[in-house]
Design a protein around this ligand. Sequence first.
Ligand code: 5GP
Length: 242
Amino acid sequence: MKKPLKEVSRGKTKQVYSTEDPTQVILEFSDRITAGDGKKRDELPNKGVLNCGISTKLLQLLEQTDIPTHYIETIGKDKMLVRKLEMLPLEVVLRNIATGSLIKRLQMIKEKTVLKRPIVEFFLKNDEYHDPFLSEEYIALLEIATPEEIEEMIRLAKKANDVLLPFFKKIGIDLVDFKLEFGGDTAGILRIGDEINPDSMRLWDTATGRILDKDRYRKDLGQVIEHYIEVYERVTGKKFEG
Ligand code: 5GP
């Protein structure tokens, strides 16, 4: 059994631990939740376990479709063994339905418009500068990624959507948009890293339009954990036992 050796970094919602294998690290999902570049913060009991379970299922689905991710194994209710990646400071967003920052930037697009085809956008992962939108030219200018890496991230984000969109449709959920982060493994292969769960996706109940994701927290809609439990149970097909 892999054991956490030493905490190597602490993000807003996760801790990263080294292991005896220098190519692998352990992610520990915490109950912390933040919004507004980390200005709004809370602890929601069980969130870590729920997000670890949801991320496990979604990362396994991607791996089964030959989409390279960092996922190796889930080794505890809130812990995942993953490949160590050199992360790119980017948030890669795929959108199927217009909402959020897209309709703020392009006000001629009406909220809830189903996009004719999915689009991929890049943002700088930097709270201090409020995660600004980046064009491909900006990414080159800032020397964050090569044109080949940009092309590969767009390809993998669209491929991930081709897997996740029908998966969520089957369980009665509209996958509105989601954010991915990428990094290179120790062999230089670009992989999807980080987590995929309601903290980083917008999920709307198809039948009612009910918001099931972190927007419940961002917009003070209440019952955040109750909705994460619902997503956990629909995604994993298992009752949440806590
Ligand atoms: P938007 O750009 O509309 O605010 O967000 C698009 C999608 O990316 C949403 O699903 C949102 O949850 C996710 N996203 C954007 N920025 C962040 C971030 O800083 N952290 C997390 N966890 N997700 C984000």
